[in-house]
Ligand binder design. Structure first.
Ligand code: HPA
Length: 277
């Protein structure tokens, strides 16, 4: 078992460093997904801190993810963007994947907007559909809270009956309406370990579970944030739709291209949501 008390010490050191180096008054944390880094360019009064300069912060091993934290102001509100995330498939435990969220929950951040690129399972989805996460299925086979509980961080058995905050989901829907964004739906996200993509049989199975979208991230961050008392909004950019009876290759280039082609829609949605918070 990895040592939770060692983990706590590492988290506390990161928290102490960031408390010194971040401006006060931030409340909203944004975790950006694959190909969705653009929001960081829209910040006023911005600054960045490479992950490697933050004591104990994990390092991203995937090139499609920059590894830095970007702070600034959107719609008059101070936010922190995590540009670059950690994945279970990189070899990190679910607990380690949640490291940044844990740090920011301890810094007093109360809301997290978590984005990702996802495969569509719902046949009504298209590349470019934005899915507001209504719920999730954790198929990682790991949980960020496994092992001894740190009671000062949160409860042993956190309730997940409303993992994705209803009010935030409503704000997102209204923001989309205000922007005239169409092709936005609520759905269930299933997190698989990866890094291999799904076979047709796995796709058929995942569809049968009631999941609408599939990806390799976000769930460890959500569980960690909920444990720390944060409210979570999850937004998936559907980059490809997988049909088990006519399975097409799922290629990283295509996922990145679709995420980038639709990034400005997601960026304007997130900005509008922040304006309404
Ligand atoms: N499967 C898993 N993860 C993904 C996919 C997919 O089809 N598309 C983007 N991320």
């Amino acid at each position: 078992m990895d040592d939770i008390f060692e983990f706590k010490k590492r988290v506390d050191e990161s928290v102490a460093f960031l408390r010194e180096h971040l401006p006060e008054g931030g409340d909203i944390l944004i975790q950006l997904g694959t190909g969705l880094g653009g929001l960081a360019d829209c910040l006023e009064d911005s600054f960045s801190i490479p992950y490697q300069d933050i004591p104990n912060f994990p390092r991203s091993t995937v090139t499609s993810h920059a590894g830095q934290l970007v702070g600034g102001v959107v719609a008059g509100k101070r936010v922190i963007i995590l540009q670059g995330r950690f994945h279970y498939y990189e070899g990190y435990s679910a607990r380690e994947v949640g490291f940044p969220i844990r740090v920011f929950s301890l810094l007093g951040y109360q809301k997290a907007i978590i984005t990702n690129a996802a495969g569509g399972l719902n046949p009504d989805f298209k590349p470019g559909t934005i899915m507001i996460m209504r719920d999730h299925l954790n198929m990682l086979g790991d949980n960020p809270l496994r092992g001894p509980n740190i009671d000062e961080w949160g409860p042993r058995f956190p309730d997940l009956s409303q993992a994705y905050d209803l009010k935030l989901r409503e704000v997102a829907a209204v923001a989309a309406q205000d922007l005239g964004l169409t092709d936005i739906r609520e759905g269930v996200y299933v997190c698989i370990p990866g890094p291999s993509l799904e076979t047709p049989a796995e796709t058929r199975f995942l569809r049968s579970t009631g999941a609408d979208g599939v990806g390799m991230s976000s769930v460890p961050e959500t569980i960690t944030g909920l444990h720390g008392g944060m409210k979570i909004l999850g937004l998936s950019m559907v980059s490809n739709v997988n049909d088990p009876d006519n399975m097409q290759p799922i290629l990283l280039e295509d996922i990145l291209a679709a995420a980038q082609a639709n990034e400005s829609r997601l960026t304007s949605l997130v900005s509008k949501i922040i304006a309404k918070l």
